[in-house]
Design a protein around this ligand. Sequence first.
Ligand code: KMH
Ligand code: ZN
Length: 311
Amino acid sequence: MKKQSNSKAIITAALTGAIHTPTMSPYLPITPQQLIDEIIAVHEAGAAVAHLHVREPKTGYPISDQAIFREVATEVKKRCDIILCTSTGGRLGEPVEKRGEVVSNLKPELASFNMGSINFALFHIVNKYQEWKYEWEKKYLEGTEDLIFPHTFKTMRQFLPIFNEMGTKPEFEIYDVGMINNLAFLIEAGYVKKPVWLQFVMGVLGGIHPSVENLIFLHETARKVIGDFKFSTCVAGRAQFPLCTQSLIMGGNARVGLEDNLYLEKGVLAKSNAQQVAKIIRIARELGIEPATPQEAREILGLKGLDKVNF
Ligand code: KMH
Ligand code: ZN
């Protein structure tokens, strides 16, 4: 991983995720074609990475369907050189083995790697909606009151050789400060090689509260216990733009997208992922920071290259 120049930042767009449901925004991409179109658009807007989950095309239910992952990845690769970061987070409640399949199947350059177990709660937002587009949505969200998003040390130890074998760089998702400790342990035990690529995920109920102090705390802790790392920040909800801006100011990178936040500004739904990408890039440029191209991001992160994926 090359040293990152402070004047370039990797912008990731997290397109759809597995948290927001179709009722919450008509702009959430659902079908393979919508996902493909959104990825091409975020690439044109300046994103270097697209973080990809897939959904059941008719209902929007989050799934880890390998055929859909492949369909989207193949078409995108024909049309642009964006880096695909496939999610191994999958649907809340889905078994871990199923979630890891996308790495062995597609051998992507980059994939999410959740750095520990957390309560991943969304039940508290159910009351904001009176009517639901699809039957599954309310039940899915309510079920999270009793949900643990599981990533035990055993799971993590079992996932890592798959990433290594496929040449896929893990993007370590850090939802709370203890997860930095988990990663430091795995580095120390020889399962993970430095330098590592971290995504600080703030604002999930069950994870760290999104605040300026907490982003500094996460960064400072990673500096002390890991040392050699690069980082990006993503934030669930309305603190997305302020804390992504802070991340850029701190010499880091930023992830935006409808997976994390449905709004462009207070009370205004983002009409596309590309709108959010364009906004963070406007802010970055005001700070003298340019978005890294996908090729520059590959060099910064030390990725294997698009010619070595299996799609
Ligand atoms: N959904 C985010 C809170 C993953 O996909 O594996 C974190 C995430 C993890 O993007
Ligand atoms: Zn995700």
